[in-house]
Design a binder for this molecule. Structure first.
Ligand code: 5GP
Length: 114
């Protein structure tokens, strides 16, 4: 069996995390190394390795993740705006092979991203 990712360990409560939202399909927690005043990670409970690994079977959970973004933003009063980032693959900087959306807020962000 493949070794659990750090995010799977958070889902399974084997390591602690600052969890801000949870439901049947997803978990939202604070990034351990925040890159903005608010830096959340939104992950599916299903261990999908990356955005590129989504299949038709994941349609509902993928839709749920996206629909959760504005709800989380509203819950945390991110009224001034927020940025959603999904690093997919090595060259994009994906370090944890479990699909996740970064939700960043609380400062201005440059474009293009680094
Ligand atoms: P990636 O580079 O794969 O897009 O993002 C992975 C993110 O997971 C990074 O921002 C990193 O700081 C965060 N991270 C890695 N390990 C942990 C952990 O144990 N706890 C939490 N809360 N975040 C983590």
């Amino acid at each position: 069996m493949a070794e659990k990712t750090v995010f799977q360990k958070i889902i399974d409560r084997e390591i602690p995390a600052s969890i801000v939202y949870e439901d049947e399909h997803c978990l939202v927690f604070r990034d351990i190394d925040p890159q903005a005043p608010t830096h959340l990670l939104l992950i599916p409970k299903k261990p999908i390795p990356s955005l590129a690994a989504l299949t038709a079977e994941d349609r509902a959970v993928a839709g749920h993740l996206l629909m959760m973004v504005p709800r989380i933003a509203q819950q945390l009063n991110l009224d001034a705006g927020f940025r959603v980032v999904c690093n997919c693959g090595e060259q994009a900087g994906q370090a944890v092979p479990h699909l996740h959306l970064h939700i960043l807020a609380g400062r201005a962000f440059g474009w293009p991203p680094g």
